[in-house]
Write a protein that binds this ligand. Structure first.
Ligand code: ATP
Length: 460
């Protein structure tokens, strides 16, 4: 595999686990024990404000030790760069497990909700609030255990038993409690509100609103109690809806506390693992109902999604045509990698993907739903992908390694950037999509759209 020695015995793979606000997250593997850790690389030269924010993040993160929180191992500081070593979450981000407009099975959602509550309870008992709970910050570790990550917005709300009110507006809009925008606000109920939105997203594959403000039509309906026939609420069983209603209570003082959430009947219900969309009240969602909701949601999504092309390419290199791109790849890439030589197989994995893929860990990665095998060659796949991107008016660029960076906006008109990588696996080509920036659920919706446009070349 292509790797460089990071420090003695630790190899840093030419692979990116994810992209953060100040740089990339890479995978380090111990040469002998094969232990894996994640390394967040902060580029101080490029991000001048990084130092203060990272110091705050580390100060909090190093205090934490809980099975539902990504462990902090240490940091290494250099003049221009800084490395933060973290427990590696092999299962990726929670949003990868949420099917857009559908969600996930109730028993899985219940397991994650319980684990989320354990992690948040630990934080709150330590007087710490996360302030940016969302599926993109909830990672999945070994054995499918949920791990809270990214303490960039976290702060202390209780010290020596004395609680303080917070006044910094921070977090991610769709997950923000309404009082956060009206400050000052209490830390615990506002974190729990965000957990409530995660709960709804897990069960329905939808976010209820773009922001919890009076201007927002969906939120206004929630306020006025006239939401019942609307999605996502109409997709929830009675007991799940009762829990959502009480967590998403507009009054932070009446909102369920963490202990009350844990005691709610939905959290205690023994879901039958065999049934995928079972409701606590025993009813199973009718497929027609779900299909109708999906059609509704898709129609709405199309209506709200402006077809824009961002004029500024985010990467400097953009071939003027597909032919040029493929030619460029032939001259730049083929010298380094060869499809047919098994000896270079692992190099290929590393060069073509953002995570090192071996037969051993493939079962983990295949859980990710934003990838598929294709029936045609590397070049034809790239050609088909780029042509679909042009048809959909998604702006795209490619770098020298052949990764395609796709840039668009979501229905909230927020920037959405994701990457497509191709690699060969057992003689087949796998097309893999990964979110770089923006909402995970919106990314997955776009993925599904691309997938349906590419159905002719998908290996079923
Ligand atoms: P932002 O504030 O923009 O969300 P950040 O700079 O705080 O980003 P993280 O969210 O911590 O960075 O990490 C970016 C991405 O890297 C994550 O969304 C995840 O996909 C991946 N990642 C981060 N930490 C780990 C880890 N411990 N194990 C596996 N992947 C990780």
């Amino acid at each position: 595999m292509q790797a460089t020695t990071f420090v003695e015995d630790w190899l840093c793979y030419n692979t990116t686990l994810g992209e953060g606000a100040y740089g990339e997250v890479k995978l380090l593997i111990h040469r002998r024990t094969e232990e894996k850790i994640a390394c967040k690389i902060i580029n101080h030269q490029r991000y001048k404000d990084a130092a203060t924010n990272i110091n705050r993040e580390v100060t909090i993160h190093r205090m934490l030790d809980h099975e539902n929180i990504i462990k902090y191992f240490g940091r290494r500081q250099e003049p221009l760069k800084e490395y933060i070593f973290l427990e590696y979450a092999s299962g990726g981000e929670l949003f990868q497990l949420i099917e857009p407009d559908i969600g996930m099975a109730s028993h899985a959602a219940q397991t994650y909700m319980k684990q989320l509550m354990h992690g948040v309870n630990y934080l709150h008992n330590k007087g710490i609030t996360h302030r940016d709970i969302k599926p993109e910050n909830l990672l999945i570790g070994e054995g499918g255990v949920l791990k809270i990550s990214d303490f960039g917005m976290a702060t202390l709300f209780r010290y020596k038993g004395k609680e303080r009110l917070l006044d910094k507006k921070c977090g991610t809009k769709p997950y923000l409690a309404p009082e956060v925008l009206q400050k000052p606000y209490r830390a615990q109920p506002s974190d729990l509100w965000s957990c409530g939105i995660v709960f709804v997203a897990m069960l329905t594959g939808e976010l209820p609103w773009a922001d919890a403000t009076d201007r927002n039509v969906e939120f206004a309906k929630w306020r006025k109690d006239v939401y019942i026939s609307e999605t996502p609420w109409s997709k929830l069983g009675n007991t799940a809806l009762s829990l959502a209603r009480q967590i998403l209570n507009l009054d932070p003082n009446k909102r369920l506390t963490l202990e009350q959430i844990e005691k709610h009947p939905w959290m205690k219900f023994n879901f039958d693992c065999g049934s995928s969309k079972d409701n606590v009240d025993g009813s199973v969602e009718r497929p027609t109902k779900r299909w109708n909701s999906m059609v509704e949601a898709e129609t709405k999504h199309n209506r709200d999604t402006p077809q824009v092309t961002l004029s500024q390419p985010i990467i400097t290199y953009r071939p003027s045509s597909i032919d040029q791109l493929i030619n460029d790849l032939k001259t730049t890439r083929r010298e380094q990698v060869c499809f047919s030589q098994p000896t270079q197989y692992e190099d290929l994995m590393i060069q073509f993907t953002q995570s090192p893929i071996t037969k051993d860990n493939f079962h983990n990665l295949s859980k990710r739903m934003t990838r598929f095998y294709v029936t045609v060659s590397y070049e034809k796949t790239l050609e088909a992908l780029c042509s679909v991107l042009d048809t959909l008016h998604y702006s795209w660029t490619t770098d020298a390694s052949g990764a395609v960076t796709i840039s668009t906006v979501d229905f909230m008109k927020n920037q959405l950037i994701f990457k497509a990588n191709l690699f060969e696996m057992d003689g087949r080509i796998l097309l893999d999509f990964r979110l770089s920036k923006g909402c995970g659920l919106e990314f997955k919706k776009k993925f599904l759209k691309l997938k349906s446009c590419l159905c002719d070349i998908i290996d079923k």
